[in-house]
Design a protein around this ligand. Structure first.
Ligand code: ADE
Ligand code: ZN
Length: 340
């Protein structure tokens, strides 16, 4: 996909990115080989051909299978650094990365192995790319709340490396209310909270995430407009929405990019950001997601700039950094208008 120069150079933050979802088939093969793991695919093209999902669960089945090759700290480091290098090339200035500890601890990998590899790569990018970051640990909602409590406890030695908790995996049948107590415990430990809601699930799940889990942001939330009252409330509360257009299209929660709710969400006064979710599986990183929305919804550059601005205002970054990045964005926009 051809990316416009305006989007390419636009400073931006990515707030919805599953690090395991950035696992490109080429890297999957090379890590599988060094760990002596046999993949059920012969070549890279066979993996890509298997990525024809018709819903979230189809995708998750392949996503969990892919992470089985991750065994050592170095594997998690390589995976994370590969994403950060791409993010740098797309002028991402701040990242908030999800990881699924239970996807690894359930198959016998230590929490330490996972977090130390991911964190070392984030520190490398901070030092070498001037890219700030936050790390968010997600609970898998198809598992029990007790399992989430075990994960919260396993995270205690690494508390200073983790900024927020999130909720992901199979949405329908696993409402936020199932995790009310563990989110309350996490908040008491000082974690900020986010949750996937209203991706495949109904708007009532978005309300539960806000009212019961007390989240600061909604991940996806593309179904919010089905509830006008909720939309008004969340616009007024300035709750950020981390929308992922290519994910929505590939998982068939939105059938036509031209009908994607992003523009209507903006018009309703919601705080909306654009993100890539699982870029290796959905065929595009953050700039491709911006590009497809600008083209399909005919967004003016000023609207695209507002999406980037929202990515900084809705981020969990320190205020000094926020001021710096907002200034960087304004300087860029001033240069653009001077060149016209
Ligand atoms: N885990 C990774 N990507 C996800 C998505 N889009 N929804 C729910 N869980 C996920
Ligand atoms: Zn997601």
């Amino acid at each position: 996909m051809q990316i416009s120069k305006f989007i390419q150079c636009l400073p931006k933050a990515e707030l919805h990115l599953h690090i395991e979802g950035s696992f490109e088939p080429e890297l999957m093969f090379s890590i599988a080989q060094r760990n002596n793991i046999e993949l059920p695919f012969e070549k890279v093209e066979d993996i890509r051909a298997a990525y024809n999902f018709s819903n979230l669960q189809d995708f998750l089945n392949i996503y969990y299978q892919g992470m089985n090759v991750l065994q050592e700290k170095q594997d998690f480091y390589d995976l994370t650094l590969a994403y950060l290098q791409r993010a740098k090339l797309q002028n991402v200035r701040h990242v908030e990365i999800f990881f699924d500890p239970q996807g690894h601890t359930e198959r016998g990998i230590e929490f330490y192995t996972v977090i130390s590899g991911i964190y070392a790569a984030l520190e490398f990018a901070q030092e070498n790319y001037d890219m700030s970051f936050r790390l968010i640990m997600c609970f898998l909602r198809h598992l029990s709340e007790e399992a989430a409590f075990v994960t919260l406890q396993q995270a205690e030695p690494f508390r200073n490396k983790l900024f927020a908790v999130g909720l992901d995996s199979s949405e329908c049948g696993h409402p936020p209310s199932k995790f009310q107590r563990v989110f309350s415990a996490a908040r008491n430990q000082g974690y900020r909270c986010v949750a996937h809601a209203g991706e495949e699930g109904p708007p009532s799940y978005i309300r539960e995430a806000v009212e019961l889990l007390k989240v600061d942001r909604i991940d996806h939330g593309n179904r919010v407009l089905e509830d006008e009252q909720l939309t008004r409330e969340l616009a007024q509360a300035k709750i950020g929405f981390t929308v992922c257009p290519m994910s929505n299209y590939r998982l068939q929660v939105v059938r036509d990019y031209k009908k994607h709710p992003l523009k209507r969400m903006l018009d309703s006064g919601l705080v909306v950001t654009v993100n890539s979710d699982d870029p290796a599986f959905f065929g595009g990183y953050i700039n491709e997601n911006f590009e497809v929305m600008q083209n399909s919804l005919h967004l003016e550059n000023a609207v695209v700039a507002d999406l980037a601005r929202a990515s900084f205002t809705a981020a969990f970054m320190e205020n000094g950094r926020r001021v710096q990045l907002l200034k960087e964005l304004d300087t860029y926009l001033d240069q653009q208008s001077n060149n016209q």
